[in-house]
Ligand binder design. Sequence first.
Ligand code: C2O
Length: 569
Amino acid sequence: MEYPLIIFLLAIFVLLASTFSSANAKICEHEFVVEAKPVKRLCKTHNRITVNGQYPGPTLEINNGDTLLVKVINKARYNVTIHWHGVRQMRTGWADGPEFVTQCPIRPGESYTYRFTVQGQEGTLWWHAHSSWLRATVYGALIIHPREGHPYPFPKPNRETPIILGEWWNANPIDVVRQATRTGAAPNVSDAYTINGQPGDLYNCSKKGTVVVPIDSGETNLLRVINAALNQPLFFTVANHKLTVVGADASYLKQFTTKVLMLGPGQTTDVLITGDQPPSRYYMAARAYQSAQNAPFDNTTTTAILQYNSRISHKNSVAKPLMPSLPAYNDTNTVTQFSRKFFSPRKVEVPTEIDQNLFFTVGLGLNRCPPNFSKKRCQGPNGTRFTASINNVSFVLPNNISILQAHQLGIPGVFTTDFPAQPPVKFDYTGNVSRSLWQPVPGTKAHKLKFGSRVQIVIQDTSIVTPENHPIHLHGYDFYIVAEGFGNFDAKKDTSKFNLVDPPLRNTVAVPVNGWAVIRFVADNPGAWLMHCHLDVHITWGLATILLVENGVGELQSIEPPPLDLPLC
Ligand code: C2O
């Protein structure tokens, strides 16, 4: 064949190949109008901030590889941003969403278009507001199906149902957090939990809206369970039915069966449920896992009804659904048993050499009342104010520009890069901690990571004020959870127990109460990434930090330029 002809055929081939691969990946465009809408719950009508008038907001469904383009129009009276929880946002940190971290908030009357591609993640993620406590009502599911024509790694379920667990306040959630910030006290607990926005018929005036999840005898339904609650880890179970866990945080897992799930806020779990029981009605129910001591919590139970469509006799359809038993509120044992069943489906590539070994203490604190504060503003325990920290730094957001913009534009004075790799003093983290260590230092500090560095973080709970199971979430990354344990982490004896073969891949780890978890990842995504406790009350108090991942070499290892419509402060 002649040389030019070969080149010509080659060019045609490349052209065809690229059209075929991009023919699979779609661009999905959506409009999110953030606006107040009347929402009737627990016997009264309340004005709540919603997306497109829906509570919960719209479910987005895409395929692995698709690009999302979501124009957010703010018609509410609050600043707002939207975070795509768990989406890796490779080089697109501008679309991540946490206010004053990757963008200034979208002000009332303004809009911003989030544009990003979801690549290599399959399963269930979600989106939520990342501004004050707006996510109490501004949230929804983000479902990522396999690439078109690709199967699930399990038999195709007959149905799929998102099960979004939430938390409802009769008061305006923004007022709840504002009052807590003013008084220094713990915020009021919620009045109800919800499943897909509905408290369920164990609450007053809630029978009518109770969510019904259909199933037929012999059918399998894929439940995509999301904990969107603000401040509460939750148990979830279904009467008389086994749950087969197949994935979490948009990564597949080695399948296992369980009667009960525990999800920290931020976490998702995909489970298969089969209609293998006598046709009838069964409650699915969620209530608190409460690991903190002497702290008030919402001890109510939300329910939905799993209802067999087929061969249901009239008698059964009106009978009271069967109620499952739930673990005790403080049943840490069940939580431990559950998390020990998490493995990746096969051998995975966990970094074995570590370039950055970090040790982060996470926990609460109490600030002495500042001299210029009145008593009214110090209503925490014994006239203090609640606080929280990582490595004794209580994180404070900037308020006139985002950290990512300051980083990109080289604007000084917004944040410092001296976030410590270890706590400033070593102490018995889970013991009786001296009061002199209860008061962290406020600061806007980031920890720098070189592009491509292999990172390990030991996340250690402290018993300051109270030990607690903290759902620690890292933006921009999935990480392997290589070990978990109780007490103080001891590198000498605990390192040998690391699972470097098939640990689970997640974006949020529920750090055991009075214990620790070890995560590993490769810093392959440049940007300013918020790492925080997903209990909103704790992020409000400062339980957060920034991992600032530098650009690598060349365009493909660098963050994209900021979009032109990035909101101004
Ligand atoms: Cu789901 Cu920083 O959030």
